[in-house]
Ligand binder design. Structure first.
Ligand code: ADP
Ligand code: MG
Length: 693
């Protein structure tokens, strides 16, 4: 029989039977090695025995003493009170739940050790429900020679049991250490300890360890592990990109004349950031391998034009392009824009959406299949079964900040034709902090439009309680009578389109009554897309002054004359979402304003969140604060993005390691390529997170 080692099943450890193994496997623990990566949440100091006379309330200590008195008291409920003394002082242990047998253990004169929180009770210092042990005549309190780890709460498993299992795992690790996968050179440069050193330290820290840095997750040993984990995920994700580079794509090299003409005839000049990003895209698509590029640009930075230029290059090079948006509303807006721009150039787009009439859809599908349609614009319907492109060369996906790596992959495969993959351009206005982008988008190249078109005035934002609604309505009246337009966005009601709609309807009625001289429109998620389209057109054409909307207008809607944005129940929304909504105004020459209405009372955290928006118009600043306040999972929508649940790393805390992770990944591929699959496997399992290792 093989000796127990790190890859043995947990049942190989003493004390683990099938039942416990099952409980552990629910926690994702299968092999002995997995225990090593289940890191303590915090540590307790049971290494020092504190004299009873030296105790301070508010600390957590190990004490020892002789029972002076044990009694059951009735103070509302039954209490077992055990008074201990050691000559220097006294303390009371208090138990609310106790058995008769426990009660009888505490005979006067018995020596007891206890560990727990010290607090001030009615009769001096006390410990409520401390862990305790009855000591034999010559026995001492068990003083531990390391700090005591406290593992994450795991239902059905006692801390003591986990400590014992982890200690067994550490012993096995020391007997047969796992391979060190970071080359010495890399480790030394980053001053990182060896893997085995880090693991030993974290499960059994010496008594003089810096508890503060450990509880902040900032200890070099914790960073060492977080680093390797982030590296593993980065390598796995960037493998996808490397593989894509080996795929074939049509090199889109022809022409550029039509695109140049298009740009020359625009009523404005491209910003230098737009020009730079266009260049980055063009140099990608002229290669015979699929582009996988993400364009990040704040709301209003002009991403659509950039996409349009890329599409023209594709069309001129003889392939089809597809532009997909996440909502019908936004897809329709793109369809209108591209129709206006491209019809004159001889390549009118076709429209494809889920809610389209059957006959129109059949015609669209036919023209996509025959290749007559050079550009298709639509929603996810573009990539459903039954849609066949003759020769799809470029896919543009707009506003897909919630679009995960798995979906990106699926789309790539969907568009693939006879071993050819389309080029892919993903655009998002949710600027995520750079380091986080490195972790989330390691499969993409990233371009940033970090400049707004000239002349934009920053939107002025105020935060008001909603009992000031009357003043706000008056503001809407003034702005609209001066020829401007306003959005009134209604409370977001999680997961209920019906409630969303009722709230929007109530505000709509209120505004119609309060503003009889103005034309007020309503748009919400439950309307048919033709109705939405009609309302949107009326607002775009200026026939409506006020548009009451649910958050369906969150992404992409572009009406330059709108200069006032009112958002109700702003306290319920995420910062990035509010920033997106606010980005609907400030698109024209007029000074624009945004009013964030909240319901009283507003907590401290909510207050500081809204203050972030009041104080900054910069999407990157907002995103960074959002990350700090909500964490990356919320921000990226962990589920949708396919971002992993990390075992050790915490992106909010450890994202700062990403630049080094990226450099190390490149170095490893050059000097220690054989360790790449091993690192991926250690942290993400046998298949690697994103397919073959
Ligand atoms: P977003 O990046 O949020 O998708 P859009 O592409 O909708 O932004 O552009 C916002 C508005 O700015 C549009 O009306 C667009 O025509 C205009 N725009 C784009 N680029 C420029 C530019 N270089 N100069 C002036 N206006 C521009
Ligand atoms: Mg847009």
């Amino acid at each position: 029989m093989l000796a127990t080692n790190l890859s043995s099943p947990l049942t190989a450890l003493s004390g683990v039977g099938p039942a416990l193994a099952k409980t552990l496997s629910k926690l994702g623990l299968q092999h002995v090695e997995d225990l090593l990566f289940l890191l303590p949440l915090r540590y307790e100091d049971r290494s020092k025995l504190v004299k009873l006379g030296a105790l301070n309330a508010g600390t957590r200590c190990l004490v020892e003493g002789e029972v002076l008195l044990a009694e059951v008291a009735f103070r509302g409920r039954r209490n077992l009170l055990v008074r201990l003394g050691d000559g220097s002082g006294q303390i009371t242990l208090r138990y609310f739940y106790f058995s008769r047998q426990q009660q009888s253990q505490f005979a006067v004169g018995t020596r007891v050790s206890a560990f727990g929180d010290i607090r001030t009770g009615a009769a001096g210092l006390e410990m409520v429900h401390p862990e305790y042990r009855i000591l034999k005549a010559d026995q001492k309190a068990a003083q531990s020679d390391t700090l005591t780890p406290v593992y994450p709460m795991t239902e059905g498993i006692q801390q003591g049991r986990l400590r014992n299992l982890a200690a067994q795992a550490i012993r096995l690790m020391q007997a047969t250490p796992p391979k060190e996968l970071l080359p010495d050179e890399v480790r030394e440069k980053l001053s990182m300890p060896l893997l085995t050193e880090a693991l030993t330290y974290l499960h059994q820290p010496p008594t003089d360890a810096d508890i503060r840095s450990l509880s902040a997750g900032q200890h070099p040993c914790q960073k060492r592990l977080a680093f390797e984990e982030l590296l593993a995920h980065y390598l796995s994700l960037s493998n996808l990109r490397l593989r894509a580079r080996k795929d074939d794509a049509d090199a889109l090299t022809k022409g550029g004349d039509v695109a140049r003409k298009f740009v020359a005839e625009l009523p404005f000049a491209l910003t230098s950031a737009q020009q730079r990003v266009v260049e980055e895209i063009l140099s990608d698509i002229k290669l015979p391998h699929p582009m996988m590029r993400l364009v990040q640009g704040d709301v209003g930075s002009g991403k659509t034009i950039v996409a349009a230029i890329a599409c023209l290059h594709a069309i001129e090079s003889g392939v089809q392009a597809a532009v997909m948006a996440p909502t019908e509303l936004l897809a329709e807006q793109h369809y209108r824009n591209f129709s206006d721009w491209f019809t004159a150039l001889g390549c009118a787009p076709v429209w494809l959406s889920g809610s389209q009439r059957a006959a129109a859809k059949r015609r669209a599908l036919q023209s996509i299949r025959s290749g007559e349609a050079r550009l298709a614009v639509g929603t996810h319907a573009l990539f459903q079964d039954g849609v066949e492109f003759k020769k799809l060369g470029l896919v543009v996906i707009d506003e897909q900040h919630r679009f995960g790596v798995h979906q990106r992959m699926a789309l790539r495969e969907k568009g693939a034709l006879a071993d050819r993959h389309p080029h892919q351009l993903v655009m998002t206005a949710t600027p995520i902090p750079r380091t986080l982008a490195m972790a989330a988008y390691a499969d993409l190249d990233v371009s940033i439009i970090d400049e707004l078109p000239p002349g934009r005035k920053p939107v002025q934002t105020v935060v008001l309680p909603d009992d000031r609604r009357g003043d706000v309505v008056a503001r809407v009246r003034d702005a609209c009578l001066a020829g401007r337009q306003a959005y009134w966005v209604c409370p977001l009601i999680e997961e209920s389109e019906l409630l969303d709609f009722q709230a929007a309807e109530a505000s709509f009625d209120m505004l119609k009554t309060a503003l009889p001289e103005l034309r007020v429109g309503l748009i919400h998620g439950r309307m048919k897309s033709a109705e939405k389209e009609k309302v949107m057109r009326a607002f775009t054409a200026g026939e409506l002054s006020v548009l009451v909307a649910t958050t369906v207008i969150e992404v992409g809607v572009d009406v330059a004359n709108a200069s006032l944005m009112i958002i109700e129940n702003a306290e319920r929304m995420g910062l990035s979402q509010l920033h997106q909504l606010r980005g609907r105004v400030g698109r024209g020459d007029a000074q624009s304003n945004c009013v964030l209405l909240y319901k009283k009372p507003l907590g401290q955290l909510a207050k500081s969140r809204l203050a972030v928006l009041r104080d900054s118009n910069d999407g990157f600043v907002v995103a960074q604060r959002d990350l700090e306040l909500r964490g990356p999972g919320e921000m990226l929508g962990t589920k949708q993005t396919g971002l992993p649940e990390y075992r050790v790393a915490d992106l909010a805390r450890d994202a700062e390691l990403m630049p080094q992770v990226q450099m190390t990944a490149e170095k490893l591929r050059r000097v220690a390529a054989e360790s790449v699959p091993a690192i991926i496997r250690r942290w993400t399992g046998d298949r690697g997170r994103y397919g073959k290792v």
